[in-house]
Every structure is written in structure tokens, then in C-alpha cells.
Ligand binder design. Structure first.
Ligand code: SF4
Length: 252
């Protein structure tokens, strides 16, 4: 069992214990494991295993999108980033998770949702049998960190939107899960608050001039951003209600 498998198992067991005890996730640091002897084929599609396997009819790939993101200068955020965080996860995900923007740890490592909020996100996903290692892909509306973690400007979100559109076209997720107000408002083109948007299913359709290119609508649900849950633990209960609705759909 390698370190990633050990972490996944530990998070699953911790999460189960939290729900039995408190009815929601508790905050704790993710344990750190060293790699043991690898069992050939035991890991279910690690991030790197899966990334190369997705491609569309036009030849687009996750690697090509990631490379384009890393060299992108389409908005001013490029000047302040250490590393862009294009996104990571399964090449054929059931759920595409979309957050707001990378934070400082994500900026340093070039990976989405790896700080405290990311660790809580992993626990939230694990509670409904989702994981970035197996059946989720995780990304943000903008791929570079806004200074001081401010909300991305509309122009920055618009400049980055083509990357997200390419990821959605390529990944063809069964569901989209938006974490927080900014992702939900961006995807749904609304100014409604997250309190009104969350916990309801919407149809996401690609934003293309040609209606024939829009494809099938993808069911989209939004909930609170894990950062909001860390600030306001009383939001954990409604967030769990939202995730249960997604779980019900996933099971059918
Ligand atoms: Fe390019 Fe998006 Fe980064 Fe702006 S945020 S520089 S559009 S990758």
C-alpha cells in the first residue's frame, strides 16, 4: 500500500468516525504517510496515471491544457503567481469539483485544494465516496492565485474561462459540484448568493456561440466553500445536506 492509498484509507476511517460521533466532519490535519512496498495495480488510477488517458476527438488532452495554463499570460494574475494550478484528478471523473482560485499553498505547489480547506474538501468528498484519486477532478474558476486571496475580478474569470471550458469538454463529468459563491455564480451566470443557489440542481450548458456545440446539459449543484466551513462550523450541517443530495443522484 503506498502513501496515497494509506491517506485515502485513513481519511475514510476518520470521516466515518466523525459522522458517528458528531454528525459532520471535524477539522484535523491530514496524516502523513511514507510509501511502503507498492502493490502492483493496487492504486485505483493515481492522478498521473489518469491524466494522460483523456483526450477528445479534436486531440485535446489534460496535459495540453495544463501546459497552456502554466504558460498563460492572458490576465494580470500571471505576473504574481509562483505556479499556476491547472487542476488534477481522474481522467474520467463522475464529478468535476470547481472552486474559486488557488491560495498560497496551491500557488507554491501548483496543485488545487491542498491547504487546510483542501484537506477538508477531501474529507467532504470521501464522505460521499468521492476522491481526486479515483472519480473526481478538482480545479478552480481561475488557475492562478489572486494577490492576498482576493476574489478574482470578472475580467480574470473571463480570461480563464476557456481553460475551464476545455476541461469540461474533455472530462465530460456526470455532475459538477461548485464549492462556494464565486464558482457557483461563475458557472451559472447569476449574482444570487450562495445561500440561495446551494443545494439545488441546475443544468450547466457550455457557453458556445454555436448551440450545436453545447452538448448535453450537465447537472450542477453548489454548496459552501470549505474555507467558509472552517470559518463558520455551523455551515457544515447544510453543506452535508447538499452533499447528500449529490450522493443520491450519484447512486441513481
Ligand atoms: Fe491565464 Fe487563468 Fe492564470 Fe489568468 S488566471 S494568467 S487567464 S491561467
Amino acid at each position: 500500500m503506498n502513501a496515497e492509498d494509506k491517506l485515502r484509507l485513513a481519511v475514510l476511517l476518520d470521516t466515518a468516525g466523525d459522522f458517528l460521533r458528531d454528525g459532520h466532519w471535524r477539522d484535523r490535519d491530514a496524516p502523513v504517510f511514507a510509501d511502503g512496498a507498492d502493490i502492483e495495480g493496487a492504486a485505483i488510477g493515481s492522478t498521473n496515471d489518469t491524466i494522460d488517458t483523456a483526450s477528445t476527438a479534436n486531440g485535446d488532452t489534460l496535459e495540453a491544457i495544463a501546459a497552456a495554463v502554466r504558460s498563460c499570460t492572458a490576465c494580470g494574475l500571471c505576473a504574481m503567481r509562483i505556479l499556476a494550478a491547472p487542476g488534477e484528478g481522474a481522467a474520467h471523473p463522475r464529478v468535476l469539483v470547481i472552486g474559486e482560485a488557488p491560495g498560497s499553498e496551491e500557488d507554491e505547489k501548483g496543485r488545487p485544494f491542498i491547504g487546510p480547506a483542501g484537506q477538508l474538501l477531501d474529507r467532504m468528498l470521501a464522505s460521499i465516496a468521492l476522491s481526486r484519486s479515483t472519480n473526481c477532478f478538482i480545479t478552480n474558476t481561475v488557475k492562478c492565485r489572486p494577490p492576498g486571496n482576493r476574489t478574482p475580478l470578472p475580467a480574470e474569470t473571463a480570461a480563464c474561462a476557456p481553460f475551464l471550458a476545455r476541461q469540461i469538454r474533455l472530462l465530460q463529468p456526470a455532475f459538477i459540484l461548485c464549492m462556494g459563491r464565486v464558482a457557483a455564480q461563475t458557472m451559472l451566470h447569476t449574482s444570487e448568493g450562495i445561500g440561495h443557489i446551494r443545494g439545488r440542481f441546475f443544468d450547466y450548458r457550455a457557453d458556445t456561440a454555436d448551440a450545436a456545440d453545447r452538448g448535453e446539459p450537465i447537472p450542477l449543484i453548489a454548496t459552501y466553500h470549505p474555507s467558509a466551513l472552517l470559518r463558520e462550523p455551523n455551515l457544515k450541517r447544510p453543506a452535508w445536506e447538499d452533499l447528500k443530495k449529490l450522493l443520491e443522484r450519484l447512486q441513481t
